[in-house]
Design a protein around this ligand. Structure first.
Ligand SMILES: [Mg+2]
Length: 291
């Protein structure tokens, strides 16, 4: 995307991609989905993994803090479960009726000529459903979701004839670990799950979608995801807050304020007719991500 100015110099727009988180970024926290997700995760841990109820608050907090998502943390400390079953338990009972079509955001997104990609830690079914409820399903070139970054995992694949299926796996006591004076996160077991805010996850997402971080604006409600993106060279927009934090180039109370805050995302409108805007980049779409 380039053009010549009146002096014969080649000008390039600053951004050629807008990368969006989904939950609590494209819709506000007030929908109540985030609190329902947390409640469902806690119920899953009690009902399906047999975690003691009294340990849930500390455990959730430590896993989320150290591993990016509670799910990634549960896998790290030794729990094994089917990812699809986990996602359908956690997302299947969400109050999706609280997500209403957002024609204002839809119009904002469709009127900017810059390519747009979703990057979420959530699973594909949830991402497609949430976007559809918001009326935004056709506003993005592709969705990078849990399945894009993590190969399908079925617990049954790991139960072989040599395994005693009645034997419970050994669980790393992360609460006990942090009760030790001087404990640090360096001695923690690793997770096999790839998710934000790990820089590796974001690098992988950028590569899959053929995104140049230095020409991309990244929208997120999570401060640590913003800071991780910033370290990789992305320009960043913290959504849902009116104050910028370290690592955020912009702060938007609501995604609806986008045009007022960053009008340059629409200023290339006049160039769009002369530009060969390619949408053939190999991004996993909501359909291909099933494979
Ligand atoms: Mg979010």
């Amino acid at each position: 995307m380039e053009y010549e100015n009146g002096y014969g110099q080649v000008q390039r727009p600053k951004y050629d991609c807008l990368l969006f988180d989904l939950d609590d970024t494209l819709y506000p926290l007030s929908t109540g989905l985030a609190s329902s997700v947390l409640k469902n995760i806690q119920d899953y841990m009690i009902e399906k993994l047999g975690v003691e109820e009294s340990k849930i608050p500390d455990l959730c907090n430590l896993l989320y803090k150290n591993y990016g998502t509670t799910m990634a943390g549960l896998r790290a400390i030794g729990y094994d479960f089917d990812y699809d079953e986990y996602h359908s338990f956690v997302h299947g009972r969400l109050p999706y009726d609280n997500l209403k079509p957002d024609p204002v955001l839809r119009s904002l997104l469709l009127s900017s000529p810059i390519r747009k990609v979703i990057f979420t830690n959530a699973d594909r079914v949830h991402a497609v459903k949430a976007l559809s409820r918001l009326g935004l399903e056709d506003c993005f070139e592709g969705i990078i979701c849990f399945e894009t970054l993590n190969p399908t995992h079925k617990i049954t694949e790991f139960i072989g004839s040599s395994c005693d299926s009645n034997e419970r796996p050994e669980i790393f006591d992360i609460i006990g670990h942090f009760n030790n004076p001087g404990a640090s996160s360096s001695g923690l077991p690793k997770t096999p799950i790839i998710c934000k805010p790990s820089e590796f996850a974001t690098e992988k997402a950028l590569k899959i979608a053929n995104i140049d971080p230095h020409k991309t604006l990244f929208f997120e409600d999570s401060v640590r995801n913003i800071q991780s993106g910033k370290r990789l060279g992305l320009d960043t927009v913290l959504v849902g807050k009116s104050q910028r934090v370290k690592g955020a180039d912009y702060a938007l109370e609501s995604i609806h304020n986008l045009r007022e805050a960053i009008p340059e995302l629409w200023e290339s409108d006049k160039l769009a007719n002369n530009v060969n805007y390619s949408s053939t980049v190999a991004v996993e779409t909501s359909v291909t991500a099933q494979a």
